[in-house]
Design a protein around this ligand. Structure first.
Ligand code: PGA
Length: 260
């Protein structure tokens, strides 16, 4: 795992965007795994800027979002469909038919989840999965005790996640209790992972994910099992990492390090 510590949120977002650019340069028809939440907003803003200024091309890209709330229609302002269109898709040139987001309103969840997994496989698998992290250590909506080999399915949100996400809703009771989410196993199948984390509220989860034991109590710790995972954090989110100096040394020395 590579851990990159940046001075602030903007720098964190730029480094993450640079990795997306590298993947697209190597494979213009890459399959990208998308995340929602406050954390990736800066990354999406930077990708939109690169699309507008440098003609970064998404015309052959396919996307799969990690998760969606159950019960929110696509035009609900807190649905992840709405979020993605507002903050990213409407500003870049991804063909609409290449955009995949779990349905929060299907009449048959098991069938939809199976179809979503099949569709990822049909598209050749995910080349780069973007991840945030919950303060309870979740990736996507894989709450504590989610199986490390789980696939796309319905999950009940934890109290911590409902509390964290209540800020986006008028009332706490309005936060959906269920979500449809890619599983930890689905995420681990991606060829490359980038996990971004910002702010002191994430410091403990980041330390547990990067340096703690691999445990389903912190599903983000599953990234330790992945052969190509990059964690990009700002200083505040890095505050509880015990090997911080080592990560900073490696990153600073990277340009002159032997090529692996
Ligand atoms: P946030 O959410 O980016 O809004 O903090 C992250 C997550 O819950 O995965």
């Amino acid at each position: 795992m590579e851990v990159i510590i940046q001075p602030n949120y903007d720098q964190m977002s730029k480094i993450a965007a640079q990795i997306v650019v590298e993947v697209l340069n190597a494979k213009p028809n890459a399959v990208l795994g998308m995340a929602t939440g406050s954390t990736p907003l800066g990354l999406y803003k930077e990708l939109v800027r690169l699309h507008q200024k440098d003609q970064l091309d998404f015309s052959r890209v396919t996307t799969f979002n990690l998760d969606e709330y159950v019960g929110l229609p696509v035009n609900h302002p807190q649905s992840y469909h709405y979020f993605m269109h507002e903050h990213f898709f409407k500003h870049v040139n991804i063909p609409p038919q290449n955009i995949n987001i779990p349905s929060g309103t299907t009449s048959n969840y098991p069938a939809f989840c199976e179809w979503y997994e099949q569709r990822i496989a049909q598209c050749g698998g995910i080349d780069l999965q973007i991840l945030g992290i919950g303060s309870d250590g979740h990736i996507a909506f894989n709450e504590p005790t989610s199986s490390m080999s789980s696939r796309t399915r319905l999950k009940t949100l934890s109290k911590q996640t409902i509390d964290d996400n209540a800020r986006f809703f008028e009332r706490r009771e309005d936060v959906p209790v269920y979500a449809i989410t890619m599983g930890v196993g689905t995420i681990l199948d991606a060829r490359k992972l980038i996990l971004i984390g910002s702010g002191k509220a994430k410091a403990r989860a980041i330390a547990q994910a990067v340096e703690g034991p691999v445990t389903s109590m912190v599903t983000a710790s599953a990234i330790q099992l992945h052969r190509d995972a990059v964690v990009i954090v700002d200083r505040e989110a890095a505050a509880e990492l015990t090997m911080r100096d080592y990560y900073e040394f490696i990153y600073a020395a990277k340009p002159s390090a032997p090529r692996s």
